[in-house]
Unconditional design. Sequence first.
Length: 298
Amino acid sequence: MRMTTGRVFVITGASSGLGLATARLLSAVAGTHLVLAVRDPGRGRAAQAQLASGSSSEVRVVDLADLDSVRAFAGGVERVDVLVNNAGVMAPPRTLSAQGYELQFAVNHLAHFALTGLLLDRLAAGADPRVVTVSSTLHRQGRIDFDDLDGARAYSATGAYNQSKLANAIFGLELHRRLTAAGSPVRSLLAHPGYAATGLQATVKPGLYRWALMKLGNPLLAVSAEQGARPIVLAATSGEGGRFIGPTGLGEMRGAPGVVHPSAAARDSETARRLWAVSEERTGVRLLDPAGRHQEPG
């Protein structure tokens, strides 16, 4: 890591879409050091070339569909002040991760749960340390199906995506609760971009839903990736823990970033307890016990 006088931001999925837009906005702050956590190093270097010259950056490879890769990546991070859990996949055909978990639940939630836990000690030593987990308005349509998390019995691509985004929201709020109980300096915040044209929709399996998204929804309703990234940047740089930052316009699809509200399901304490336990079991990473006491990562 190059020497820097500013804060260090680790951004997953930083080679395109919201991640790249977030990196570009943050790179405008002189002295900032950005760790672009990407799957494809070539695309990561292309993204790096778009950052402002007053910042420094590095490209680090991680495959969020493989928890072994997540562990290896975390082991190489020497310093971090802000972790932006941004990367995601949206509504692909049913696919399993390297560990055999449904891909969207694995990448969007489990990998970020593990990465947060593995970096928590370094975050706690950081300057105004924060974990920003990127969710979606679609978390309101999600349901955590603990009896069929991987869609083995019945798989809906959009249902699994909504489940993963609800898991993001539950995780961010429960992490805030446990960090507060521990008296930790680390703040946990949530963010969502509204309806942003990021290219993520291109991963949706072919069919009427994808056609509607790409041909109708994006041109008529979507904001740019840069506009969608503004709530993420706001959460990464200011505000109290436990807040959910998103567009404040009609339907939270667009508008100035500000505090929005998670669904009742995202705030349910019993669902949070169960999801935390499942996440620890699947990742082998133990973050904080219910009373907020630090636990060694598995």
